[in-house]
Ligand binder design. Sequence first.
Ligand code: ADP
Length: 453
Amino acid sequence: MHEEEQAARSEQPPPQPSPAERGRGHNEQTPVTVLLGCIADDLTGATDLANMLAREGMHTVQTIGIPARELVLPPADAVVIALKSRTIAPEDAVRQSLVALDWLKRNGARQILFKYCSTFDSTDAGNIGPVADALLKALHARFTIACPAFPENGRSLFQGNLFVGNVALADSGMRHHPLTPMTDSNLVRVLGRQTKAKVGLVPYNIVREGPAAIRKAFEQLQHDGMTFAIVDAIENQHLRDIGAAASDLALITGGSGIAIGLPANFRKENRLAPAGPPEKLERIEGLSAVLSGSCSQATLGQIAAWKARRPAFALDPLALAQGRDLVADATAWAQIHMSREPVLIYASAPPEEVAKVQAALGREKAGALIEETLARIAQRLVAAGLRKLVIAGGETSGAIVQRLGVSVLKIGPQIDPGVPWTVSLGTPRLALALKSGNFGGPDFFIKALEMLA
Ligand code: ADP
C-alpha cells in the first residue's frame, strides 16, 4: 500500500484500469475482479448500499442471493450480494454469509463490507455479532469496526449511542419493531450481547480529529484486546475520515453510509478511476407500473400523491383470503390502462386496516398472501409487456424479483436517497426501482417513472 500511495502522489500516476480491463485475463469462470465485496442482510438495504457506491463513482452490480458459480457478471468495481439474513436463525445467517464471502474472495474482492440496517436491526441472538465474528475468522482478521451511522438520513452515533433523527434509537419507532425491537440505544452494549469478543468505542472527540487519530484509536483498541470498535459519526465528513482510517481492514461493518469513505481508498491506490457522472443504464422500452405492498408512512403518502394524478387499483386482502381471483381482476384492469399511462396496484393500507387484516388472517399469512399475489400480478404484467417497474416494500420487492427470476441488477442513477434505478440482466431486461418502505419523497413514484421518460 505504501508504494502505491507514493505512486499516487507522483506526477504521472499509472492509468487506472476500468473494471473491464481488470477482468481481462482472469480465468473464464471468474471474469469479474472486484475491489469491494459487500454482503448485505436484506434486499432493499443492499440496493441502498449499491446506490451509495454508484454515487461515489464505483461501477456496481447487485446480486439477489449468492450468485451461482457459473454466473458471469458484468465487470464491476463493487459487487453487493443481497441476502435475506437479517432475521433468520443466526447459524443460517452465518452459513449464507460465509458462502457469499467465499464467492467474493474468489472474484478478487480486496476488502469486504458487511452491510446491515442503519438502525442496527438485530436481537441479542444476532445476527450482526455472529455474522461479523464468522467473517472475521474466515478472513483471518482480528479487528473491525461497526458503524451504522448515516447522517444524511438522520442516523447519527454519539458516544456509542445511535440516534434516529433527534431521538435515541430506543425512543424511536424501532422500539416497537415486530421482529427486531431496539430497546437499547447504546451499540457498545447491544453488539456486546451478540458476541463473545470485546467491543470498544472510538468516540466523537477522536473521530473529529481525522483519519490519523482514528487509525491510532483502532490500534489502541486492538492493543487493549478489543475486536470491535463502534465508531461515532454525526456528519458525512466523519464517515469519509473513518473510511480512510479503515483502508487496511479486511472487514468493515456498517450501514450504507460507511461506504461513502471507501472508494477514495481504492483511488488512492490507483485501482479505481476518478468519479465521473452516474453510470448510464441501457434504455428500456415498454409499459410502466408501480406495485406496492409497503404500509410504511412514506409509502402511504406516495400512494395518495399518485392517486391524485394517475389510475390505481387497491387489492383487498380479505377478499383475496375468501378466494376472489384478484390476480385476474388486477391484471385485466391494468391491461386496459397501462397502454395509455402507468398504473399503480397496491395492498398498502394504514395501521388500523392492517391490524384488522392481521387479526382476521394472522400477520404472517396476510403478508405472504399479499406478497404472493403482487408477485403473480407482476409476472402476468411482464408477460403483457411491462418493463419499467417501481416496487414499494422490502419484503414485497424480494417476493416480486424472486418470482420474476431476477438475479443480477446493474445500478444506475439515484431517484431519491437510498433508491437507484436498476436494470436487471437476463431476459427480458427490466428497469426496476426497489424502494424500502420509508424511503423516497411524496412524489417518489411519479418522479421515478418520469426519470425514465
Ligand atoms: P416495508 O418496506 O414498508 O416494511 P414490506 O414489503 O417489507 O414493506 O412489508 C410490508 C408487509 O405488509 C408485506 O409482507 C405485505 O405483504 C404486508 N401487507 C401489505 N398490505 C397489507 C395489508 N393491507 N394488510 C396486512 N398486511 C399487508
